[in-house]
Design a protein around this ligand. Structure first.
Ligand SMILES: [Zn+2]
Length: 405
């Protein structure tokens, strides 16, 4: 290569270098402008972002508190203008989508969140009747069952599986197991022991409650030392009798305490209430019924007088007040009693027009202590129910006490 050629080459290389540099410089300037433009635009762009996670979980039955979203355009906070589509029904397990939208009039943007409602809560299972039950050999064991409730599935009583080895033909202690699972597979169980015992010769069960059956309104019918209780309430009527050995000898203290209060409140209104017949023993009732039967005949006597063992007066929880005339119910005293005795825990035991249910004609004077809660429900806002209707039992001589209806 000649000197001249070498100089020419060097000049050419320098020229190319300068061209390249100029090109890069121009490119850098354009890129910078473009970046600036994009940046400026983005500073003023509509944006929306989620607050909280994109996938959220909430337990069934609890409340879902939506953390919401944030929206902005430039420096303007548009969050209050966000509208949300979709809802989360926390009563039903499943996946729910919430979409958050924002618009500036020209553009609309949105983001989404998935909320899973899950059921990890165990169902509740509760025994009907007692955890420990005693029944007589040879009787049929009518399992009072159990109830189950689940936060997601609601009442799942019909999903309860019962495993029982109760054999009432043989004395012994048996186990009944109740298993339930909700749709999500959360399981719960309950157990009951059933003791099968020989029926005693007398009425004594040693203070133990023996399961007899279930009433038509679902109350447990049991017998303790010969006395029948339905839903925990002592019952003496034509179906359910008291043993001759039973007798508190006088009105029970719960009756007297409530009655004295009733009497005092009545006296303040000028009414005078007095007990004309309280506790009556089995043998006294036996003689009384016989005298009525001799006078009026058995069929007539049965309408107003109880056979021995079937009288509520033997319980110590019932009494006759002031008069034995039905018309006493129309006096001011009779009316105040009928309208207010429930507040003290008493019921009008044989209301008008209920003879076919109670087995007795209307007695404006006969009250029975059952406690304020039960009395209030039987008072029924003035449209008196009967104890039989409330408990779901019969009052008929010879009826099966285990059936209750
Ligand atoms: Zn009476």
């Amino acid at each position: 290569m000649t000197e001249q050629q070498k100089r020419h080459l060097a000049r050419e290389q320098k020229r190319k270098r300068v061209m390249r540099n100029r090109f890069f410089l121009a490119f850098a300037v354009i890129a910078l402008f473009f970046a600036g433009f994009v940046f400026a635009r983005s500073m003023n762009r509509l944006s929306i972002t989620l607050n909280g996670p994109e996938k959220d979980t909430v337990e069934c039955g609890s409340e879902y508190s939506d953390p919401g979203a944030l929206a902005a355009k430039g420096k303007n906070d548009l969050s209050p203008d966000i509208w949300i589509e979709g809802t989360v029904d926390t009563s039903k397990p499943g996946d729910y989508t919430l979409s958050y939208h924002i618009s500036d009039g020209k553009h609309e943007k949105s983001v989404e969140r998935t909320v899973s409602v899950v059921d990890t809560t165990f169902p509740e299972i509760e025994l009907e009747g007692d955890e420990e039950m005693t029944v007589y050999v040879g009787t049929e064991f009518e399992d009072p069952g159990a109830r189950a409730y689940d936060i997601a599935d609601g009442d799942i009583t019909d999903r309860i599986a019962v495993i029982s080895d109760v054999d009432t033909s043989t004395e012994g202690t048996y186990m009944v197991r109740y298993n339930v699972a909700d749709r999500a597979g959360n399981a719960a169980s309950a157990e009951r022991t059933v003791e099968v015992v020989k029926r005693p010769a007398g009425s004594s069960t040693g203070g133990k409650s023996v399961y007899i059956g279930k009433s038509s309104t679902g109350y447990t019918i049991e017998q303790r030392d010969g006395v029948y209780y339905v839903g925990g309430i002592l019952v003496a009527n034509k179906t359910y009798d008291l043993p001759s050995s039973y007798g508190p000898g006088d009105l029970l203290s719960e009756f007297m305490t409530a009655f004295n209060q009733f009497k005092a409140d009545g006296a303040r209104r000028g009414y005078n209430y007095r007990i004309i017949s309280g506790f009556r023993s089995y043998s006294y009732q036996s003689g009384l019924y016989q005298r009525y039967a001799n006078r009026d005949g058995y069929a007539a006597a049965d309408r107003y007088s109880a056979r021995a063992g079937h009288s509520e007066h033997q319980s110590g929880l019932a009494a006759d007040i002031n008069s034995l005339e039905q018309s006493w119910g129309n006096t001011a005293e009779g009316k105040w009693l009928a309208d207010n005795c429930y507040k003290y825990g008493f019921i009008l035991r044989y209301p008008q027009g209920k003879e076919s249910i109670t087995g007795y004609m209307y007695e404006s004077w006969h009250i029975r202590y059952v406690g304020v809660d039960v009395a209030t429900r039987i008072y029924n806002g003035g449209d008196w129910l009967t104890l039989e209707e409330y408990l779901g039992i019969t009052s008929e001589y010879g009826a099966d006490p285990a059936v209750g209806r």
